[in-house]
Design a protein around this ligand. Sequence first.
Ligand code: GZL
Length: 321
Amino acid sequence: MHPTRRTILAGAVLALASATLPHAMAAKPLVIGFSQVGAESEWRTANTASIKDTAKKEGVTLKFADAQQRQENQVKAIRSFIAQKVDLIAFSPVVESGWDTVLREAKAAKIPVILTDRSVNVSDPSLYATLIGSDFVEEGRKAGRWLLDYAKKNGDKPLNIVELQGTVGSAPAIDRKAGFEEVIKGNPKLRVVRTQTGDFTRAKGKEVMEAFLKSLGKSINVLYAHNDDMAIGAIQAIEEAGLKPGKDIIIVSIDGVKGAFQAMMAGKLNVTVECSPLLGPQLIDAARKVVAGQPVEKRIIVNEGVFPAEVAAKELPNRKY
Ligand code: GZL
């Protein structure tokens, strides 16, 4: 074949290949295995929706597993993601401890891990790439500061506080308790007289508040709940006991879900400290960077506010969860 003709033909083949190549070699969608704590609260429902919606919008293949608040189910899910050779594993650890073994298996399989929402206690911090979530100690401090201010404005009389803790061993329960105590220890008239877990659910929050009321009755002045769902459950118990939530018993809570704003508008809750569940966009962004071998911050903090009852009606229309 004449050289010129051969050159033209080669050029045509190259042009055809390069026209089809991008399509044929289009990056395959990112595959993320996500193990979720469960569906225990309004907050969790909004967190799951944020992650699923963002994955869908971003063309990410999400393999999603609900652990029903059991660590063994999360470990099983992570092992299944390893077997499926996903590109990245992400999870919200139901409790802080007991993750070293399975995270070492992920590392051995060269699958990066991202923590969302809650942290873990591991011997080797390289077992996860980053933690995306709130500062729970600061959320506890904010709750404590609001109560200090309330006490000062109300004659600084002694206040008996009952506390509904989150899931035993979980980062939010440990840290929200620590932050709150750190602040209220500054006023000896504020005393936590009972503290027990309500496992972040409305049902358990109501059940434990009933027990508090049975043993302490009208001597309870304040309820500090580690999340709005337990506070809303407790509100039902307080009303069934013939007392006025938000008045006979001041209620301080955390999350900032719509149910809390509605309770504040009804005068039954006094303040909620925001804890944003809308972590989907930050998770997908960090996942793409980690898989591409780009550096990410070891700790990505979500910034949040405090919403007292006075602003509830104005703020509710702006709430996204
Ligand atoms: C906080 C999250 C907690 C919420 C609860 O980031 O882990 O778990 O405060 C949820 O509502 O159940």
